[in-house]
Design a binder for this molecule. Sequence first.
Ligand code: NCD
Length: 292
Amino acid sequence: MKNLLSMNDLHPEEINRILQRAEEFEHNATPNLTRTFTVANLFFEPSTRTKMSFEMAERKLGLHVLPFEASTSSTQKGETLYDTVKTLESIGVDAVIIRHEEDGYYHQLSSGIDLGIINGGDGSGQHPTQSLLDLYTIKQEFGKFDSLEVAIVGDIAHSRVAKSNAQALTKLGANVTFLCPKEWQGDIQAESSWDQILPKADVIMLLRVQHERHESAKGFSKNEYHEQYGLTIERYKQLKPAAIIMHPAPVNRDVEIASELVESEKSRIFKQMHNGVFIRMAILESVLKERF
Ligand code: NCD
């Protein structure tokens, strides 16, 4: 894998290889890299989990990490993303992780750039590393994807996590259903209420309401959203015994999920974050090995 831009680019065998390598890293495997590579994390949108877990993964692999701050970089003087990335390539950076508000920002880097690019989230487009850590978490739980019932709930149209996961899970044989407000449905078919979802779901994947990507401030009040689309304690009680709850976080407590449920027995929210480090180690190793 020379770059990781979208879940569209990965065949099931490649996905399984990454999950397998992540499991090895979770059991303390030694990185298989021929030299000390240098990477930089270019985050043009806020991030806690993705950025910190990439940094943790990079340190565990023994990589050099060049600090980059979008707010003090020359992009503030109008430099293009292409020129910023070309600059890093010129000074010897081997791979970059980029999060950017523009959907498909990586198309402008598709020629003329010769370093590894890992997409840390593009606008409402894709978030492949989140998807892979979600898949790892599901596999740990159920040991398979085939015929699993996965419900993705919330702001589908604006969520890169929803898109990446829906594609990947379908490719791996899971049955994916959606529940979301009509306004945020986009062009997908969705269920109209929790009633169809609660008795059959193995995995409930909640999404953050993406306020920053909404064109107008109009919409639901927090209470309205929670009542119609949130995972309430009432709904939690109707889930199957072995069902799990996921959320990529940051969580809006008492909006997408009742605050008391964030660390409940069925919640894997912090497990997802824990798993993210091993998945990102596997991805970084794969990209760096393939290139050099
Ligand atoms: C997600 C993101 O940034 O797309 N968070 C994450 O990476 N863990 C989800 C979100 O912000 O809604």
